[in-house]
Design a protein around this ligand. Structure first.
Ligand code: KE4
Length: 429
């Protein structure tokens, strides 16, 4: 593939922005080489600045569940932009998006809109501390919740990929109230509460992990999370920034029967526009300023263009739910990739929940960071590039989830599986 214009643009970008990117997750740190510069997207496809077409399995890291340029979302944003870009004052769209979220997510009685998933988790942590009057927060290795100082400790996603789980700039003071546990390790969580229970303000977790690759929680782990937090008076914070409206319309909590105290959202609720949200029990949310004393604010929170895209996206998901179709497409892709890897004699496993999945170069599906981090990231990188050369755009890291959208077709999946057969066969060659 000719990518000369992309390469020239990226070289210039490296002089202008750190690493030439505005987020490390897209820097190809986990697979080597230079990122592709894209110009436009349509449905399941991306088009780079050299005119090459790719089947897109990132979907902007999750938001584009309907596919790119869904006509109802485009029309909604056009209508909104003709009225205003931003007021810094209440708008009807904020009520409408809040109502859609509250109606969809079982545990949310009241919600606050913000501008990113990071803002949502940062605010949820502050709220848990403000509500309980406690300091400590428990998180899980390989879970990523955005670049919140106190959560950039053994983080997943790009931090893990770039091997900087404890980021420079995170002071001891910020990290000292963060306790790291192993995902799915019930005994360790019990021990943590036995030791620190009265200090713990909250536990934040990914209900289906996407940020160390896709990792599924055990029923025992989910039960322990709820029982231990309730017993010790800590809040359970379910980070559904990635899984919200992805694995079910009500999120992973609806699919897996989780009853959290606070839920964080992002990505899909903005339909590709900058947005985040956190919400939960009314008696907890009432502590957020100006109703309560826990400070949180934002110039562009509830921005009318972002709420227009989010409303159109959630209405489409509610009124024409694609989840059965996404399950079929996800299962089709999983079976095809597994058959291709087995035929090539490549040691692998696949973890999947609905339309989010990961092909691990690891003989067993990981249950936590200890096992996920044993994956053969060099093999993943070789597969990534072999697929890219065949027009398939996979996540640029073993420690990310792949997403199928409602715009993908069976023919796209077949083309992907065919590319995987060739790519994986070549890996043992
Ligand atoms: P943002 O601040 O990137 O909107 O959301 C942070 C966040 C919070 N919680 C979960 C479970 C998340 O997955 C994320 C962000 N996900 C990464 C991809 N795994 C975003 C990609 C990037 O950082 O560029």
């Amino acid at each position: 593939m000719n990518r000369s214009r992309s390469q020239a643009l990226f070289r210039r970008a490296q002089e202008l922005m750190p690493g030439g990117v505005n987020s490390p997750a897209r820097a190809f740190g986990g697979v080597g080489g230079e990122p592709i510069v894209f110009e436009r997207a349509q449905g399941a496809y991306l088009f780079d600045v050299d005119g090459n077409r790719y089947i897109d399995y990132i979907g902007s890291w999750g938001p584009m569940i309907l596919g790119h340029q869904h006509p109802k979302v485009v029309a909604a944003v056009h209508a909104a932009v003709d009225k205003a870009f931003s007021f810094g004052a209440p708008t009807p769209g904020e009520n409408e998006l809040a109502e859609l979220i509250i109606e969809a997510v079982p545990s949310i009685e009241m919600v606050r809109l913000v501008n990113s998933g990071t803002e949502a988790t940062m605010s949820a942590i502050r709220l848990a501390r403000g509500f309980t009057g406690r300091d400590a927060i428990v998180k899980f290795a390989g879970n990523y919740h955005g670049h919140v100082d106190s959560l950039l400790v053994a983080a997943g996603s790009s931090a893990a990929t770039l091997g900087v789980p404890n980021s420079p700039g995170v002071t001891k003071g910020m990290a000292q109230d963060t306790i790291i546990c192993e995902y799915n390790d019930v005994a360790e969580l019990e021990q943590t509460f036995a030791e620190f229970g009265p200090r713990i303000a909250g536990v934040i977790f990914e209900p289906v992990v996407g940020n160390m690759g896709t990792v599924v929680p055990s029923a025992e782990f989910l039960r322990a999370l709820r029982e231990l937090t309730r017993k010790h008076g800590a809040l359970l914070i379910c980070d559904e920034v990635m899984t919200g409206f992805r694995v079910a319309y009500g999120g992973a909590q609806a699919r897996l029967g989780i009853d959290p105290d606070i839920t964080t959202l992002g990505k899909i609720v903005g339909g590709g526009m900058p947005i985040g949200a956190y919400g939960g029990r009314r008696d907890i949310m009432r502590h957020v300023l100006p109703a309560g004393k826990v400070f949180q604010a934002g110039t562009l929170s509830g921005n009318p263009l972002a709420t227009a895209a989010g409303i159109a996206t959630l209405k489409e998901l509610r009124d024409n739910p694609p989840y059965d179709r996404l399950e079929q497409l996800g299962a089709h892709l999983e079976a095809g990739l597994a058959a291709a890897a087995t035929k090539a004699g490549v040691s692998h496993s696949i973890s999947r929940v609905g339309s989010m999945l990961t092909l691990f170069f690891n003989s067993q599906p990981p249950s936590g960071w200890k096992s996920a981090s044993q994956s053969d990231t060099a093999a993943y990188a070789r597969c990534f590039w072999a697929m890219l050369e065949r027009g398939i755009y996979l996540p640029c890291s073993q420690y990310e989830a792949l997403f199928v959208s409602a715009a993908h077709t069976d023919a796209d999946i077949d083309q992907t599986v065919c590319a995987a057969e060739a790519a994986l066969a070549g890996m043992n060659g």
